[in-house]
Design a protein around this ligand. Structure first.
Ligand code: NAG
Ligand code: NAG
Ligand code: NAG
Ligand code: NAG
Ligand code: NAG
Ligand code: NAG
Ligand code: NAG
Ligand code: NAG
Ligand code: NAG
Ligand code: NAG
Ligand code: NAG
Ligand code: NAG
Length: 723
């Protein structure tokens, strides 16, 4: 750092002679710039390129050579902001966004920047409290977003900032009440307020009605509570109200329809009650209406058909009700995403929906819909995501025939419908070569379907995720299914599947070859997929854990050694079958395994010591088998509870409080006593039901999609059903 500065001084010294005839920049400003204690990577900024700082990159001077703009975004600047910035008293524009600045900004120096109009310090690592010494009367824009500021924002700040138009402090750790004097004043000039992703608490203060120019108000992802202030509905320039993921309550007032330019209304993940405003149809500019995860009730107001600019309508997880087919969707021709899941809607699938030709994603899951899926659904040629799970639809064969023609369909979730029907296996579907040609996810769990695994499944060349758990499917696993090149999630638990665990499982290339698995689409799904527990929400296919669920079936024989080829597998469940023989040593090749459940079989021999090498294994059970010998110790084995091993009289080790195996009589009958429970525990069931969600806050357009937390798989309890 020091020699860098010395270098600067020498250059300055030389430039005094070399450029005497030029209109050089103000010497004080130049010295200030040169004493910036920043490390500037040479490749990203050619500075200083000459002695006249007005000619340097990112610097603008006025006629007399005073520096007025410092515009250095994305230059890799690493360091603290130098106090000498306060010497640039003519500075009006300062943009240092997207650098690596850290530490608190020089609060006292800021007080001399009385000409400052634009301040953008976003996307750095700045800390400390709000720099309320920025007292310029001229300040128009403050962007401190995506830093690490904390503390209160003093309301008094705004009394000096009479020209403030944009105030963006999103994505920091500010606390306390929303600073409101910005708008208490009737001369409120603010157009844009972004307070989202902080820890602001308390109510949204009244006064917004004074801000006749306010277009965008964002304060989502805070701890705000209480109702919306009534006068928000008089800020008639508002185009965007975005307050998701707070604890706001009360109703959405019908006066909201006065906001004639409202384009975005995001109030999801709050505690709003009451109905959708009856005259919402007057909001003809509305594009995004995101009200999911609240306690809203009533039916869809008929006037909503006049919101013809709507592209995204998400109302899932509320208590809406009424006959869905009574609402006329046909005017919503721009609608792309419709999510009405987890409500109490009744009736049949509305035929008016088939006119919404722009639809790409539809979820109507977990309602009380019934009837058949009409062949008219084939009109939705752009549809890529469809979840109808958890309703009372009938005629699976008809549904599959109607849907297979949808060329863009990539996710189809029909779980928990079609109760007790036959698994569709008609020739029309089997021999139609172009049906479901882009289907990647098929969910048909918990339908109590009977029959065999149909041949047409083997034609779905793009299939990655197949979930048929909790049905009554019998017969063996056909080889064609095990040739699907991209399949990485096979859910067949809780059926009547017989035969052996097929050696051909190692034909599932996506579980064998990282290159093939890496081809799994990493783009976001149009709507998230939900697993059976609230934690399981998948926004990308590639977040779904590679898994084979074959538990609670009638599989016999031994576990094939070839299973060791499935190196990318994270979950393997073979519990509750009739498997015998040894646990193959090759299982230790499954180095990514997190869950391994072999409980409730007739496995014998010792637990291979090599399994100690499975360093990600967090849930393991071999309970209720006929295993013998010492339980391996070390590695993850020191973390498993005794219940992982119980029901194997021949096992010994500290964990089962039996230190020696030598004196034990060998078990002879090969059968261990096991509890028999006929009740099926749904929590362990099918993986992808697009079902219940409680309090999930990630929406598809909630601004930034925050990275998904690393998946924590649910603890697998032991098998629960045997036949
Ligand atoms: C430039 O700065 C000097 C010193 O602060 C000042 O005297 C002069 O008036 C400034 N020029 C302009 C155009 O503001
Ligand atoms: C600062 O620069 C970045 C990068 O060019 C730009 O995106 C941003 O809009 C600028 N800030 C302002 C307030 O103009
Ligand atoms: C910033 O510079 C310091 C030394 O001046 C260095 O240790 C650090 O790694 C740099 N940080 C980045 C992100 O480049
Ligand atoms: C610039 O500011 C620093 C720190 O505030 C001060 O010590 C220094 O004297 C100033 N330099 C000039 C040239 O005004
Ligand atoms: C900072 O926020 C302002 C106002 O919202 C915006 O104009 C500017 O582009 C933002 N800066 C960056 C780097 O996004
Ligand atoms: C605030 O700034 C962030 C990034 O700097 C930007 O993503 C966001 O859109 C801005 N908010 C508004 C309302 O412009
Ligand atoms: C709505 O937007 C239009 C077009 O931008 C504008 O002319 C009109 O004044 C706005 N209405 C209100 C109430 O601000
Ligand atoms: C839809 O929005 C556009 C502007 O995006 C507007 O001009 C048009 O009037 C709106 N449609 C209706 C029916 O109001
Ligand atoms: C929809 O808009 C039309 C034309 O503006 C109007 O006549 C009709 O009453 C509106 N319908 C509803 C249900 O509000
Ligand atoms: C759904 O509607 C039924 C019948 O109207 C009612 O009994 C039930 O409580 C409702 N469920 C919810 C979650 O509102
Ligand atoms: C589903 O429909 C059948 C027949 O229409 C009816 O008997 C049954 O109660 C319905 N089930 C549910 C959960 O609504
Ligand atoms: C099921 O749907 C198919 C195709 O739409 C139709 O031909 C058949 O009659 C339906 N079956 C029943 C029982 O309604």
């Amino acid at each position: 750092m020091l020699h860098l500065m010395i270098f600067h001084w020498i250059l300055l010294f030389l430039s005094c002679f070399a450029f005497l005839t030029h209109q050089a920049c103000n010497q004080f400003d130049q010295q200030s710039l040169l004493s910036f204690q920043l490390y500037i990577p040479s490749s990203s900024l050619n500075w200083p390129s000459s002695g006249d700082c007005c000619l340097w990159e990112g610097i603008t001077c006025d006629a007399s050579g005073n520096v007025t703009r410092l515009w250095l975004p994305s230059k890799g600047l690493n360091g603290t902001i130098s106090p000498s910035i306060g010497n640039l008293t003519h500075l009006s524009h300062l943009n240092l966004s997207h650098n690596r600045l850290f530490g608190p900004p020089p609060i006292t120096s800021f007080s001399t920047l009385i000409q400052l109009q634009i301040l953008d310090l976003s996307y750095n690592r700045l800390t400390g409290e709000f720099p309320s010494t920025l007292l310029s009367n001229h300040i128009e824009l403050v962007n401190l977003s995506s830093n690490r500021f904390h503390g209160l924002i003093p309301s008094s700040y705004f009394q000096q900032a009479g020209n403030l138009m944009s105030f963006n402090v999103s994505n920091n750790s500010f606390t306390g009440p929303i600073p409101s004097s910005a708008w208490i004043d009737s001369s409120c000039s603010v157009r844009l307020l972004d307070l989202s992703y902080n820890d602001f608490s308390g109510q949204v203060p009244p006064g917004l009605g004074n801000c006749s120019k306010l277009t965008s108000f964002r304060a989502g992802f805070n701890n705000l509570s209480g109702p919306l202030p009534d006068d928000i509905y008089t800020a008639t320039s508002l185009e965007e109200i975005s307050l998701p993921a707070n604890s706001l309550s009360g109703t959405i007032g019908n006066d909201i329809v006065h906001l004639e330019n409202l384009t975005v209304l995001e109030l999801y993940s709050n505690k709003f009650t009451g109905m959708i405003p009856i005259d919402i149809g007057r909001l003809t500019m509305l594009k995004l209406l995101l009200l999911h995860i609240n306690n809203l009730s009533g039916s869809l107001p008929p006037s909503m058909k006049n919101c013809t600019n709507l592209t995204t309508l998400i109302l899932r997880v509320n208590v809406f009700e009424g006959d869905l087919s009574a609402f006329n969707f046909s005017t919503l021709s721009k609608l792309k995403t419709l999510d009405l899941g987890n409500n109490n809607f009744t009736g049949i699938l509305p035929s008016s929906l088939y006119s919404c030709k722009s639809l790409t994603a539809v979820r109507l899951g977990s309602n009380r819909l019934e009837g058949q899926i009409s062949p008219d659904i084939a009109a939705l040629g752009s549809l890529s995501f469809l979840s109808l799970a958890g309703n009372n639809f009938t005629n699976l064969t008809g549904a599959i025939r109607s849907l297979m023609g949808l060329k863009n369909l990539s996710t189809l979730i029909l779980a928990e419908n079609f109760k007790n029907e036959a698994m569709t296996d008609d020739e029309h579907i089997t021999f139609s070569s172009d049906g479901f040609q882009n289907l990647q996810v098929l969910g048909l769990g918990d339908c109590q379907l009977y029959g065999q695994l149909p041949a047409w499944l083997g034609n779905l060349r793009e299939l990655r995720v197949l979930d048929l758990q909790l049905n009554q499917i019998s017969g063996s696993i056909p080889g064609s299914l095990l040739n699907l090149p991209s399949l990485f999630y096979l859910g067949l638990s809780d059926n009547f599947i017989s035969g052996e665990v097929p050696k051909e499982l190692s034909g599932l290339q996506a579980l064998v070859s990282a290159e093939i698995f890496d081809e799994v689409d990493r783009s976001y799904l149009e709507l998230p997929l939900f697993g059976p527990t609230p934690k399981e929400q998948y926004n990308q296919l590639s977040n779904i854990p590679p898994a084979i669920y074959l538990g609670n079936n009638r599989l016999g024989g031994s576990i094939p050694a070839e299973i060791g080829n499935l190196k990318l597998l994270h979950v393997l469940v073979l519990s509750g079958n009739n498997l015998s023989g040894n646990i193959p040593d090759e299982m230790s090749h499954l180095v990514n395994l997190e869950i391994l459940d072999l409980s409730g079989n007739h496995l014998s021999g010792e637990i291979p010591v090599s399994l100690k090498g499975l360093s990600f294994l967090s849930s393991f059970s071999v309970a209720d088998n006929n295993l013998q010998g010492p339980i391996p110790s070390g590695g993850q084995f020191d973390t498993f509870p005794p219940s992982s091993f119980e029901g194997n009289p021949g096992l010994c080790g500290a964990i089962v409080q039996k230190l020696s195996c030598l004196n034990d009589p060998p078990t002879t009958d090969g059968l261990s006593p096991m509890p028999i429970s006929e009740s099926s525990n749904k929590e362990l069931g099918y993986g992808l039901i697009a079902g219940a969600v409680f309090g999930l806050i990630i929406g598809i357009t909630g601004g930034a999609l925050y990275p998904f937390p690393k998946l924590k798989f649910m603890q697998h309890s032991r098998y629960n059903r045997r036949r």
